[in-house]
Design a protein around this ligand. Sequence first.
Ligand SMILES: [Zn+2]
Ligand SMILES: [Zn+2]
Length: 283
Amino acid sequence: MGKKITSFYSKYKGVSDTAKKINRIWEKHIRKASKEIRRLYKSAPIKEERQEIIEDVHKQGYKVFDLHIHTYISDGNESPQSVVDYAIEIGLDGIAITDHNAIRGGKLAQQYIKEKGYGLLLFPAEEISSQNGHIVAYWAEFPEKKIKAGLSAVETCKKIHDMGGIAVAAHPFGPHGVSDPELLTTLFDALEINSRSTAGSDSLAKDFAEAQKIAYTGGSDAHLIQSIGCGCTITKHPVKRTSDLYELIINHKTDVLITPMWVEILTYLEELAEDYEEGLIQD
Ligand SMILES: [Zn+2]
Ligand SMILES: [Zn+2]
């Protein structure tokens, strides 16, 4: 390994340690305030704003895909069917249900889309917990075989590739994400820019991917319905089937559209405060 690369790695190692520390503090506060945040988030006019943003991006010729969504099959709040309905309502062109170590949510969503005759593209996927952090696998079709959780990142990525899929580092540098720069540069087809990431680990991931010329994807990591579409992969190229998008991702022909969830909450709080000051709302 060249000297330049080594110093680059050590620079990022330092940054990722700091990011992890900040993330831990932030997570502790978020967890404490999570009930209140959920309440605020539920009443925020996020759906309409999301529709407008996606409509605007469509007008510019982009297709919009949220490639990281959870359902109650793992630790999400919603059913696969309501995730599909919401995605269609806000105007997404495609979604991936990425439940932790489970593909059932994705399969149920696919079945529902078929039954209803919807045009929403469903990307067969799963978020696998490896020893080194979370990894999202995407396939053209749902695989027959299962990849065990708890393997090393090297083994997990090898299995994903052997099964014809692409391996994406979920929320790198964030909590539960792979943060070893060497693993990130050698194992993955793409790194994820995740809208749920806190304390700048999302922009750190983007800077890192760009500096290392690694492809990247966008995903919301939504566990609540309102977060769907906060993080998206976008492209102006045609996407007829799931494998088209994977090819575009690998060939750096996609971009991301990210609005971190906490930014939305803060904006909403700011608006509430303004309305309060102007006497539009009272105690
Ligand atoms: Zn994760
Ligand atoms: Zn996730």
